[in-house]
Design a binder for this molecule. Structure first.
Ligand code: GLN
Ligand code: ZN
Length: 744
């Protein structure tokens, strides 16, 4: 049988983050030629590597200087006026949209579905018209041909583009631009056809979210129109991250040539495919290799899925479930990983090899080794499993709030208590100490001493500023997840496992590979040292179970909920140790609670049940007199607001400065009555908020929240800022609070 192989997309930051470095150079010195040369080199390297590995069709336009949605804004010529008005070159206009410039705010940045990748949100209004600008795609086609590679260009599909865009006119729906947009795509397809492109891939991940009948109708019209054009390449419409559900029959009833489906997140699709006769005349790109997680594929299972499918489709192409953008490049370079962990891993290059191997196995009937190591657990700790099995409902239940509130009066806090979210600026000296420890230039004792003196300075500064609840400043943490992952059993960290988060920003998610447990206390010595320096309460600072999973690669052989409870039990022990060490306030951060929210409404309640349950298990052992805080980033909570209430934290601090306290009204609507600290200082900006402005925000908050419920704090941690910004901002914050207090 003629089975071919492909992947839906590939990482672009470079195996050693070359693009990040090139971008940062360009932003500093403006040498565009150098940046472009590096970009060309990276593209060629990717194409040639994919070709050498034996992939039949290679996706194009997967390179981006910053983000694929931003590329699409450029492609469709919908650059908002405020950026055009800057009169910059195309490249600098592009970066202005991404990063802002000369007081012009950038496009909004938000999460790409339920991944940890962020895209820039296109802005559309009533007057938007599309002006096609396909130079980038066409240039890459030519470049690739010079290397003997024919590409299948990948662009975001028209529906997903509109559904992810933001309306900037009142009473205007981006979807109303669909007809104009489809015309622009028709033009694009004609140009690609003229350029000799065989297939084009239109990504429509928005189809795996709940869609209205009107949206499904728009889907039908879009692809009926595009697929009946005469001058066009063959059309592959790709969905991923879930099951397109009712969108699938609509989509395949149109005369498109192929559809890519994510059979990893939605294995049930295999049966649906068999029930759709129109697929017998189309290509089905079967995403059987997980593009979002790092485990080796169970090749035997994947192979039998493919064999089943091949009977019910016109032509089968084997692929990854989604773009490989979300995983690191190469596991081979991870020579410090425990070999038992490493042999179970496949990063982007290895996933390509798996796809190729599956293709060979099918078309040449080569036997693959089905007995590979995929799925085998290596940190199998019966004690951890027993403990999870023994969890009681009461373990997730603290004393009633009123009782806690009374018990916590002994902490002695004023109304409008002031605090920060945890981290203080990570100075050059702190980073250098960490690097020096890693390379062996300083020993552990010297490193610890540097951290202690940093903590002492941070405590003294907070006392001087007059904050009520202090923090130790988190100087010892490279990252709020990795720091804990390094200390927990069942977690590994990588050397070069970088994944793009947005633009030049990359993260290195730890790998949770087995049962999780805590061999030793993780934070107690730093917290108790900080507390020993002051009579004010110092908050213990932990990362919550949901965030520990959301920002890691997680084992997929058991429900997330079980893994979350294992992490929660480890944190519960840490909470107990902090309490025993005399810490009276403990903050458990859950900035990722919103992120893991399932894409479909029907799955959300179950998610909130287990995620909230894990948080409550982590904190449920805290005595009534100990105040539990939590912190959440982002102000758009909508769907998780009930979950926030369910966390049952004594105090919840939330990002709110940009949305001018909107979240308070949402919380009031669900009858939230525990402590709440809406951020009054936007730490994402270098700007120092003035006292008057802070007073106005505090007063706005007081309009919906009683003074004894309200806390005053910044939006988020201060680690990315400098002291020159943070010091005056916090002084203004305490000053503003004191002034408002006199009016209570
Ligand atoms: N405690 C963390 C800090 O202050 C919280 C970071 C976050 O919310 N992302 O850095
Ligand atoms: Zn935050």
């Amino acid at each position: 049988m003629n089975t071919t192989t492909t992947v839906l997309g590939y990482p672009r930051i470079g195996p050693r983050r070359e693009l990040k470095h090139a971008l940062e150079h360009y932003w500093a010195d403006g040498d565009a030629a150098q940046l472009e040369a590096e970009a060309r080199r990276l593209r060629a390297e990717t194409w040639l590597d994919l070709k050498a590995r034996g992939l039949d069709t290679i996706p194009g336009n997967t390179f981006s200087y910053y983000d694929q949605m931003l590329d699409q804004v450029h492609l469709l010529g919908v650059v908002p006026d405020r950026f055009r008005a800057l009169g910059l070159s195309d490249l600098d206009t592009y970066f202005a949209m991404a990063r802002g410039r000369d007081g012009v705010a950038p496009l909004e940045l938000t999460k790409w579905f339920d991944t940890n990748y962020h895209y820039l949100v296109p802005e559309l209004d009533r007057d938007t018209r599309f002006h096609l600008n396909p130079d980038k795609i066409l240039t890459e086609l030519t470049e690739a041909r010079e290397h003997g590679v024919d590409l299948r260009p990948v662009v975001i599909g028209p529906l997903t583009f509109l559904l992810l865009s933001k309306s900037t006119s009142p009473d205007f729906e981006p979807l109303s631009l669909l007809n104009h947009l489809v015309d622009a795509y028709a033009d694009l397809l004609a140009q690609l056809d003229a350029a000799g492109v065989d297939w084009v891939q239109l990504d429509e991940p928005a189809l795996v979210q709940d869609r209205t009948p009107a949206e499904l109708d728009a889907l039908r019209r879009t692809y009926d129109k595009l697929a009946t054009l005469t001058e066009r390449p063959r059309l592959l419409v790709a969905t991923y991250f879930g099951d397109p559900g009712p969108a699938l029959p609509v989509l395949v009833s149109t005369p498109i040539d192929g559809v890519a489906l994510d059979l990893v997140s939605a294995p049930g699709l295999v049966e649906q495919i068999a029930a759709l006769p129109s697929l017998q005349r189309k290509t089905v790109v079967a995403g059987v290799v997980d593009g979002r997680n790092v485990w080796r594929t169970a090749l035997g299972d994947a192979l039998s899925t493919c064999a089943t499918l091949s009977g019910s489709v016109g032509r089968l192409e084997i692929s990854t479930s989604c773009s490989l953008l979300h995983i690191p490049y190469d596991v081979e370079v991870e020579d410090e990983l425990d070999p038992r962990v490493r042999e179970r891993l496949a990063f982007a290059r290895q996933k390509v090899d798996e796809v190729v191997l599956l293709g060979r196995a099918l078309s040449e009937s080569i036997v693959v080794d089905a007995g590979n190591t995929a799925g085998r657990l290596i940190n199998d700790e019966q004690a951890v499993r027993d403990r999870v099995a023994a969890i009681q409902t009461g373990d997730r239940q603290r004393a009633p709030y009123d009782e806690r509130r009374t018990a916590q009066e002994s902490i002695g806090l004023p109304k409008l208590a002031t605090t920060t979210i945890g981290s203080f600026p990570q100075t050059v000296e702190i980073r250098r100490a960490r690097a020096d420890l890693r390379t062996g230039r300083i020993d552990q004792a010297t490193y610890d001493e540097r951290m202690r003196s940093e903590i002492a300075e941070v405590i003294a500064r907070q006392e001087d500023i007059g904050l009520d609840v202090l923090v130790h400043g988190e100087p010892e943490r490279n990252d709020m997840v990795q720091y804990f992952a390094e200390q927990l059993d069942g977690y590994a960290t990588t050397k070069l496992g970088w994944v793009q988060s947005y633009g030049s920003r990359c993260v290195r998610p730890p790998i949770l590979y087995g049962d999780v447990s805590r061999p030793n206390p993780m934070t107690v010595r730093w917290a108790s040292y900080a507390q020993s320096l002051t009579s004010k309460p110092v908050k213990g600072m932990l990362t919550g179970p949901v965030t520990m999973l959301a920002w890691s690669f997680v084992r997929d052989d058991q429900p997330l909920q079980v893994t979350a409870d294992q992490v929660a039990l480890a944190l519960r022990d840490e909470v107990a140790d902090l309490v025993a060490a005399g810490i009276r306030i403990i903050q458990v951060d859950e900035p990722a609670l919103r992120e893991l929210l399932p894409l479909r409404e029907a799955d959300r309640k179950a998610y909130l049940d287990w995620s909230v349950g894990a948080f409550r298990l982590a904190t449920g052992g805290a005595p009534a007199a100990v105040q539990v805080h939590t912190h959440l980033c982002y102000s758009e909570f909508g769907a998780v607001i009930a979950g926030i209430d369910g966390l049952d934290a004594d105090v919840t601090t939330i990002e709110a400065a940009r949305s001018r306290m909107e979240v308070l009204a949402d919380l009031a609507a669900v009858g939230f009555r525990r402590g709440v600290g809406p951020g009054v200082y936007d730490i994402h900006s270098p700007r120092v908020p003035g006292t008057e402005e802070l007073i106005a925000l505090i007063q706005a908050a007081l309009a919906s929240t009683p003074a004894d419920q309200l806390w005053i704090n910044p939006d988020c941690g201060l680690k990315t800022r400098t002291y020159a910004e943070v010091d005056p901002a916090l002084r203004n914050l305490t000053k503003a609070t004191q002034q408002v207090r006199t009016t209570l």
